[in-house]
Ligand binder design. Sequence first.
Ligand SMILES: Cc1cc2nc3c(=O)[nH]c(=O)nc-3n(C[C@H](O)[C@H](O)[C@H](O)COP(=O)(O)OP(=O)(O)OC[C@H]3O[C@@H](n4cnc5c(N)ncnc54)[C@H](O)[C@@H]3O)c2cc1C
Length: 336
Amino acid sequence: MDKILVIVHTEADGGLGKAAFETVGAAKSLGAAFDLGIIGADVAAATNLLAGCGAASFFGVSGAAFGQSRYATDAAAMVALVKAAGAGIIIAPATSRLARVAAGAAQRLGGRADTQVTALEVKDGTPLATRWFYRQRMTGSLTRTGQKPWIITLAPGSFIPWQGAPGEATVTTVPVEAAARTEVVGIEAPSADQQTIRPDAEVLFVAGAGWTKKQADGAVKAQDASSLILGFLNACKASLGSSKSLVDLSGEGHSVLPFLTHLHQVGQTGATPRHPKGLATCCHGEEPHVVGWRFITERRAVNLDPNCGWARGKADVLYVADAFAVMKRVNELLTA
Ligand SMILES: Cc1cc2nc3c(=O)[nH]c(=O)nc-3n(C[C@H](O)[C@H](O)[C@H](O)COP(=O)(O)OP(=O)(O)OC[C@H]3O[C@@H](n4cnc5c(N)ncnc54)[C@H](O)[C@@H]3O)c2cc1C
C-alpha cells in the first residue's frame, strides 16, 4: 500500500477536536503504517496528545499564520506535509478547515480528492472508501490506482475516535512559505446557549410546524413553544433541528420561533445530522423530512396524530400525545 499520512489541525486552544481523533482511529483501522502531520500555531501539545497512536513519524507546520483557518496557509501546509512525508494516501477530517482546502491541495499535488467518506477498509491491498451520493440516498465505494496522491476526507462522527495516553513525540518541522493576504480579525460566534446546532450532542431535538399551529383551545402558543423548546435544549444540551415547514414560516411573515433558521432544517433539502438519539415533536414525519434522519440511531416522536408518518415505520417509538404537555413534564423532570 502507498504510504499513508494523516493530517489534522489544532483547535483554538492548541488541542485537538474529536474529528482529529476519529481520523487517527480510521487510519489505524487500516492496519498499515502511517505518518502524522499537524497544522497549528504551536503543534507541540497536540502532537503529544497523539504520541502513542503508533504513527511512524510526526510532521508539523506551525507558526502564528497556521493557527487560523485561511485558505492560502492551510492549502500550502497540506501540500508541504504531503511532500515532506512522501505520502500517496492522505487521510484528513472533513472539518470546515480541511474540507475547504483538500481539493485545492490535491490539484496542486497532481492528485485527487474524495470527500466526506463514511467508511474505510482495505481491499486488494488498497483503501476502499465509501461515501454517500445524491443527498444521502445511495452509497458508493471507490478506490483509486494511478491517481496519486489521493486525499480522503472523513465525515466527522463516522469513525471511532482513537484513545490513548498522551506522551512525548518528536516532531519534524516542515517550513512553509505562504502569502497570508487574508487577515482573520476575529471570530463572531453565538454564546454556547445561543448556539443550538450542536453536532456532538447525544440528542437531536426536532421542532415541527405543529408548535405554531392552533391548538385544541383554538389559540396559537408560539411563546409557550419557544420556552418549552429552549428549556429542553438548555437542560440537556441537545442539538436543535427543524422541519422545512417551520423554518419556511419565517419567510412568510407568520408567528415563528425566532431562534430557528434554515441551517436548522433537517431533511432532503436540509441537513443530515448524526446523533445517537432523536426526538421529533409536532413534526409529521414526512419522507422528505425523515430522509435527513438517516444517521439518527434511535428515533422517537411526539405527535397528536396516530397516523402521522412516524407511525408508519419511521420511528422506533411514537408517543401519541400533546407535545406541549409532554415537553412541560420532561422539562420539569430534567430540572428537578
Ligand atoms: C422537494 C421537497 C423537499 C423537501 N425537503 C424537506 C426537508 O429537507 N425537510 C423537511 O422537513 N421537509 C421537507 N419537505 C417538506 C415535507 O414534505 C413536509 O412538508 C414538512 O416536513 C412538514 O413539516 P411539519 O411536519 O413540521 O409540518 P406539518 O406537516 O404541518 O405537521 C405538523 C404536525 O404537528 C402535529 N401537531 C400539532 N400540534 C401538536 C401538538 N400539540 N402535539 C403534538 N403534535 C402536534 C400535527 O399532528 C402534524 O402532524 C420537502 C418537500 C419537497 C416537495
